[in-house]
Ligand binder design. Structure first.
Ligand SMILES: Nc1ncnc2c1ncn2[C@@H]1O[C@H](COP(=O)(O)OP(=O)(O)OP(=O)(O)O)[C@@H](O)[C@H]1O
Ligand SMILES: [Mg+2]
Length: 224
């Protein structure tokens, strides 16, 4: 079967990294060659840009967009495209949909510009399947910082907040808008951008992902 590009999306803490590990295991067990990369990162340039984006100086929305795009351009040209051509399946921890959701939710850059930059960065590469792990922002936050509520109660919430990077520090309202943007992408392309309810246990969500991917594998098998 032709190698496919699958991306995992969703707000911070929904479980993307956790479920990528499960998915890699699931595809490998079916003898499919598979590799995975995180965004931004996974290349020498991308990892440097990741540090700047997470912990670097303040930047304008446009500068932020272009830094993410630079990391992606490097990843696509040096890793993703060569892998797919060589027959290796690629699973990405975030891709174009993250830019449309996160930079879109800043509200400063027209959708047309966002899409044009993404298209240039990816040389038009669109994931075969995007799994959008959906969860309420508050629930996603408490998954990553299970003690944050307790710390707040003890008037020590600031301690949890200082561990957050530049994007994670944005407000709950921001993440609500990010989530709405993911929803709009799912509604626009319901077959390619699948919504996976991520509110259950790790095993429940992993089972939902396996079911969705199995269905896709069957349809791709027929097509090839
Ligand atoms: N379905 C689940 N139920 C409960 N806890 C979960 C579930 N999925 C993941 N977790 C836990 O939630 C935390 C966040 O998961 P993970 O790091 O995979 O999220 P992420 O989406 O990759 O986050 P980030 O955007 O920060 O990379 C981890 O501690 C993980 O073990
Ligand atoms: Mg992660």
């Amino acid at each position: 079967m032709q190698a496919r590009l699958i991306t995992l999306e969703g707000i911070d803490g929904v479980g993307k990294t956790t479920h990528i590990a499960h998915l890699v295991g699931y595809l490998s067990a079916q003898d499919l060659p598979v590799t995975t990369y995180r965004e931004p990162g996974a290349t020498p340039l991308g990892e440097e840009l990741r540090q700047i984006l997470k912990h670097g100086p303040p930047r304008s929305p446009l500068a932020e967009l272009l830094l993410f795009a630079a990391a992606r351009a490097e990843l696509v040209s040096s890793r993703v495209k060569p892998d797919l051509t060589a027959g290796t399946w690629v699973i990405l921890d975030r891709f174009t949909e993250s830019t449309l959701a996160y930079q879109g939710a800043l509200g400063a850059i027209p959708e047309k510009v966002l899409r044009a930059v993404c298209k240039a960065a990816t040389a038009g590469l669109v994931p075969d399947l995007t799994l959008w792990l959906d969860l309420e922002p508050q629930q996603a936050f408490s998954r990553r910082y299970p003690l944050a509520g307790v710390l707040d109660a003890q008037n020590g919430g600031a301690q949890a907040a200082t561990e957050l990077d530049a994007i994670e520090q944005r407000s709950l309202g921001y993440f609500t808008r990010v989530r709405e943007r993911y929803l709009a992408m799912h509604e626009a392309e319901p077959e390619r951008v699948l919504r996976i309810d991520a509110s259950g246990s790790v095993e429940e969500t992993a089972a939902k992902i396996r079911k969705a991917v199995t269905k896709k594998l069957k349809s791709w098998n027929k097509r090839d």
